[in-house]
Design a protein around this ligand. Structure first.
Ligand code: ADP
Ligand code: DP6
Length: 352
């Protein structure tokens, strides 16, 4: 698979906007990887989480999204060069309904979006996708929204997207209450952690879309796993400890908390009925390599999302040794090196 960078995509998307760039905008957003995970909703319609989470935004795999308000009778959505259909289309069209409602407008839109990274493979395409869509659609419809309002808006498309509004490290506050009350209090904001400046080595074992979406797996875990509530309780403590570890730039502590939080999330979904298992034998082999790195004195820690791919957090000084160790097994399709990346922005804007 070849990936295209956001910069290369900007030109064809700009063509789509045509000469008349009024009511049209292009935005770029990057995925974020949670070091304390969001897993479980307390309100499905407002996408309100059970627990808060903390992430780092990456500098790889950008999503570029163009939105043009149009006189067509329905929204049209193109994703990765093909018309979006089914759930992928509906999620975008429902999201645009929210934007239209807030903007007091009713015209439909043409949306063209491309992910530079794999889609639906546990590499956070829904996060970069809905963060880019939130920024581009808000601008195209002339919505007056500050960063917090955009974060809340992006959350309605995909929970994790609220964190991709911001560069570096971000915390998503769970907020309080359900419905409208929960909606105003549940947003992400950046936290100071840039000095930590870690590397995240992304070991891609499979870039195909997963069989069970994060949304379905999360719902099933919440509804049926006896390990869900213990994980959620532990995750609240992890978030407190993680914030302190980031503030004191303690990479080994950040990594240790991230790894246990991710393993707990996967344990909770293993006990869902029916069980959800995203990790494959290749993922487990990579986890063994991370253990071996640590046994050799390298502070490297793994985190995994809703897919088999493994991301390894380490100091920049160790990144090449980590890459070499993960390659050694020979069972990895691709390795990408990521660092802290920028927040979502219009292509004419600076990053947030
Ligand atoms: P991932 O691990 O890649 O985030 P998810 O199952 O959480 O996988 O989300 C994948 C879904 O997110 C896609 O099926 C699609 O509905 C949506 N999505 C992905 N990229 C975009 C995008 N650029 N624009 C709009 N929606 C997107
Ligand atoms: C494992 O944000 O994709 O990546 O809100 O239903 O769209 P929805 O789910 P989504 O779930 C992300 C789950 C995760 C953990 C995380 O990013 O915090």
């Amino acid at each position: 698979m070849t990936f295209t960078s956001g910069a290369e995509l900007a030109d064809p998307l700009a063509e789509l906007l045509g000469d008349n760039a009024i009511d049209a905008a292009i935005a770029v957003a990057h995925p974020n990887i949670a070091l304390v995970k969001y897993w479980g909703k307390r309100d499905e319609s407002y996408l309100l989480p059970v627990t808060g989470s903390l992430s780092m935004t990456l500098d790889i795999y950008p999503t570029t999204t163009a939105v043009r308000v149009s006189a067509e009778p329905a929204d049209t959505v193109e994703l990765n060069g093909r018309p979006a259909v089914g759930e992928a289309y509906t999620r975008v069209a429902r999201f645009l309904d929210l934007v239209r409602e807030r903007a007091g407008r009713d015209e439909h839109a043409v949306v063209v979006s491309s992910n530079a990274g794999p889609t639906g493979a546990g590499l956070a395409s829904s996060a970069s996708g809905f963060a880019a869509l939130a920024v581009a659609a808000a601008a195209a419809y002339g919505l007056d929204a500050d960063a917090r309002a955009l974060s809340r808006l992006a959350r309605r498309g995909s929970g994790s997207a609220c964190r991709s509004l911001f560069g570096g490290f971000a915390v998503w506050h769970a907020g309080e209450g359900d419905g409208e009350a929960g909606d105003v209090s549940s947003y992400a904001e950046p936290i100071d952690g840039d000095a930590l400046d870690p590397a995240l080595v992304v070991a891609v074992v499979d870039d195909e879309a997963k069989a069970i979406s994060s949304r379905e797996a999360m719902r099933r875990t919440c509804d049926t796993s006896p390990f869900y509530l213990p994980w959620a309780d532990a995750s609240r403590i992890d978030l407190d400890e993680m914030r302190k570890a980031v503030a004191r730039r303690d990479l080994p502590a950040v990594g240790e908390i991230a790894e246990r939080n991710a393993l707990g999330m996967h344990a909770s979904m293993l006990l869902a009925r029916p069980s959800v298992r995203y990790l494959s034998p290749r993922s487990v082999a990579l986890l063994d390599r991370v253990l071996a790195l640590r046994a050799n004195g390298i502070a490297a820690f793994a985190t995994m999302d809703a897919g088999p791919n493994v991301k390894v957090l380490c100091a920049r000084a160790d990144e090449q040794r980590v890459i070499a160790a993960l390659r050694e097994g020979g069972d990895v399709a691709d390795i990408q090196l990521a660092h802290l990346g920028p927040g979502a922005a219009l292509v004419t804007d600076g990053p947030r």
